[in-house]
Design a protein around this ligand. Structure first.
Ligand code: TYM
Length: 342
């Protein structure tokens, strides 16, 4: 073995980690901003992905529906290409280390920091009747998720950037106070598609909480419905198909087309130069349908096999718990908690 081989062997493979809240369906926004990148990163990194079911409890849920939705979500992630052979995939609530670390991080996070998070402010305004502690503490749980696994890279959409920065701040503060413990993570925010916008209001983020169902599509939606939504997508004045700040509708569709086809936005602009908006919108819809067809088909297979989901989720949680235990015991030692383990 050459000296270089030994060096490569000794180098730790980088860890990629990300999570998603199980709120019904994986939208085109989730897919473009995050899940498609998880899929691409599995070969190159030690990959850890989880269903953030504890995060989802910050909003009131009907228990039976929520439980069923979590199972469906697991099947959707498998269908999107998250491969248990190459990635650790599990339910967050099956690994108690997440919330154990959260408590210790809570004691190293200021209320002022948490209350400055824009998602906290937005959600408090939208759910004025349920501004619970979890809503405010949510970014600290997210920091625990990330820091527990010594994650190097966190693939997310732009809406998670502020939370990620808080995780970095907490890690740096902890390391300064107690000595080197956490890896300070970097975000992996895609250049194209970091914020997919609503099809019916291209100035706002595509979100499944949008009361207008025409604003979003999901990875398991039927083809006719996807086409209908793209055909009626709101566009801008003028007729040019170019990505420009004064053309949010067309820019959004170009970004979607680019990620769905793997072509650059510039190439897409050239491809559709001189075409009408109608032709373009149909082409974007068709690209989405093509991309999602195998996902929808795979979803039907996975969703029907609950025993397989249970097997993968259990094995994933066991693996995750083993990795997490190492960081957690180090953290406990650093803060001075008594331990009788050697
Ligand atoms: P969540 O469940 O809201 O969204 C999952 C992922 O999808 C991205 N995303 C989008 N990207 C582009 N355009 C959009 N319209 C769009 N909508 C959503 C999100 O940025 C996210 O990457 N707090 C997280 C889940 C989480 C997490 C973590 C993520 C919990 N712990 C640790 C990373 C690391 C959330 O609610 O994402």
């Amino acid at each position: 073995m050459s000296e270089n081989d030994v060096k490569v062997q000794n180098e730790r493979r980088k860890v990629v980690l990300s999570g998603i809240q199980p709120t019904g369906v994986i939208t085109l926004g989730n897919y473009v901003g995050a899940v498609s990148n998880w899929d691409k990163m599995q070969d190159e990194y030690d990959s850890i992905f989880f269903i953030a079911d504890l995060h989802a409890l910050t909003v009131r849920r009907e228990p039976a529906e929520f439980r069923q939705g979590c199972m469906s979500f697991f099947a959707q992630l498998l269908a999107c290409g998250i491969d248990p052979e190459r990635a650790v995939l599990y339910f967050q609530s099956h690994v108690p280390a997440h919330t154990e670390l959260q408590w210790i991080l809570n004691c190293n996070t200021y209320v002022g920091e948490a209350s400055r998070m824009t998602q906290f402010k937005d959600k408090s305004a939208r759910h004025a009747d349920n501004i619970n502690m979890g809503l405010m503490d949510y970014p600290v749980l997210m920091a625990a998720d990330i820091l527990l696994f010594r994650s190097d890279l966190v693939p997310v959409g732009i809406d998670q950037k502020q939370h990620l920065e808080l995780a970095r701040d907490i890690a740096i503060r902890f390391n300064n106070r107690y000595g080197d413990t956490f890896v300070v993570p970097d975000g992996y925010i895609p250049k194209t598609g970091a914020k997919v916008c609503s099809l019916s209001d291209p100035t706002s983020k595509m979100s499944k909480s949008d009361p207008d169902p025409n604003g979003w599509v999901s990875v398991i939606e039927d083809e006719a419905s996807i086409m209908k939504k793209f055909k009626r997508a709101v566009t801008d004045s003028g007729s040019e198909i170019v990505a420009r700040p004064d053309k949010p509708g067309i820019s959004n569709l170009l970004a979607i087309y680019s990620v769905m086809t793997g072509k650059s936005v510039e190439a897409a602009e050239k491809e559709f130069a001189g075409c009408g908006y109608g032709t373009f919108k149909t082409a974007v819809g068709e690209a989405v349908v093509e991309k999602f067809r195998p996902i929808r088909e795979a979803y039907a297979r996975f969703a029907a096999d609950k025993a397989y989901i249970a097997e993968v989720a259990k094995a994933g949680a066991e693996k995750a718990a083993r990795i997490a235990a190492r960081t957690l015991s180090k953290v406990k030692r650093k803060v001075g908690l008594v331990s009788f383990d050697r």
